[in-house]
Design a protein around this ligand. Structure first.
Ligand SMILES: *[C@@H]1O[C@H](CO)[C@@H](O)[C@H](O)[C@H]1NC(C)=O
Ligand SMILES: *[C@@H]1O[C@H](CO)[C@@H](O)[C@H](O)[C@H]1NC(C)=O
Ligand SMILES: *[C@@H]1O[C@H](CO)[C@@H](O)[C@H](O)[C@H]1NC(C)=O
Length: 266
């Protein structure tokens, strides 16, 4: 009992000494601990990137001093970068840092689906501090419209391909038919028009049954979209449509259907 009392007394003495003695080493250590490096917590901790594009995971360190900032993949604890050096054989990873600034960015190009997961920005302070950033990878897909299209012989095939909106628009949008790249050279009735950075339109005038088949649109870096076109020689009243397919028209139909369901359920 007496021992415990003496121990508490000693502890109280130590604490009061630390607070009264300005140059006390305990106080110095406390101050250093609280003013050590810290993260700018206003930066996002989730980053969503489409497969094929570039991910930039950011980490901003205040009062970094001479400590190193590393990026570590949590899945396998692989050290990817330390400072501006890359420590992985995977050439898609690199560290981006402008000297004199406090932001350390992990750049990953191109992102693959298997890269999804948590990445940790770590500062080699004592104790170590770290901040996690979650990388979400979405698969961007092009859109044409309905999966099948029925048109009459002699009318036009008119397909509109929409690449998903992104910060990096596709540099090219390719069309394939029956396993072959479509180009103007060998087909006089064919017209391909890049309407905007993310929209391409394919028109085949005066369609004949040989134009039937699978049409695929592939913007680079994006999953392709396909439509199967049936050019019907005889009369097929069922499922006959005008020779055009646009994603906006089909989404309008979905919206109208939802509205009708809502109205009838009232
Ligand atoms: C193709 O379809 C689009 C949208 O439906 C339309 O604006 C365009 O005029 C059509 N082009 C031809 C040549 O039919
Ligand atoms: C369709 O293809 C066949 C064989 O390739 C050819 O003999 C025929 O002339 C083509 N028809 C038209 C309308 O182009
Ligand atoms: C059309 O072609 C694409 C790409 O080659 C393929 O994934 C898809 O299954 C095909 N669709 C049909 C209906 O054959």
């Amino acid at each position: 009992m007496m021992k415990l009392f003496l121990w508490i007394l000693a502890l109280v003495e130590m604490v009061s000494l630390a607070y009264t003695n300005e140059g006390g080493s305990e106080l110095e250590a406390t101050r250093d601990y609280f003013t050590g490096p810290s993260f700018d917590i206003s930066l996002p901790t989730i980053s969503t990137v489409a497969a094929g594009q570039t991910a930039y995971l950011q980490c901003k360190v205040r009062l970094q001093g001479d400590r190193k900032v590393s990026w570590i993949r949590q899945r396998d604890l692989h050290i990817l970068t330390v400072g501006t050096l890359t420590y992985t054989n995977d050439a898609r990873f690199s560290a981006v840092h402008v000297p004199g600034t406090d932001t350390w960015t992990l750049r990953l190009k191109p992102v693959q689906v298997r890269d999804a997961g948590t990445y940790e920005c770590q500062v080699s302070s004592e104790p170590k501090i770290s901040r996690s950033v979650l990388l979400n990878v979405v698969v961007a897909k092009a859109k044409i419209g309905p999966p099948e299209l029925f048109i009459k012989v002699g009318s036009d095939i008119n397909l509109t391909c929409l690449a998903p909106q992104s910060s990096e628009p596709p540099s090219f949008i390719t069309w394939h038919h029956a396993g072959q790249v479509l180009n103007f050279v060998n087909r006089p009735r064919l017209h391909i028009d890049r309407r905007t950075v993310d929209v391409s339109r394919l028109i085949i005038k005066n369609a004949n049954p040989n134009d039937s088949g699978n049409y695929t649109c592939s913007p680079d870096g994006v999953e392709p979209a396909s439509v199967f076109v049936h050019v019907l020689s005889g009369e097929h009243p069922a499922a006959m449509q005008h020779g055009s397919a646009t994603p906006s028209a089909s989404s309008l139909i979905v919206i109208i259907s939802i509205l009708m369901i809502l109205v009838t359920s009232l």
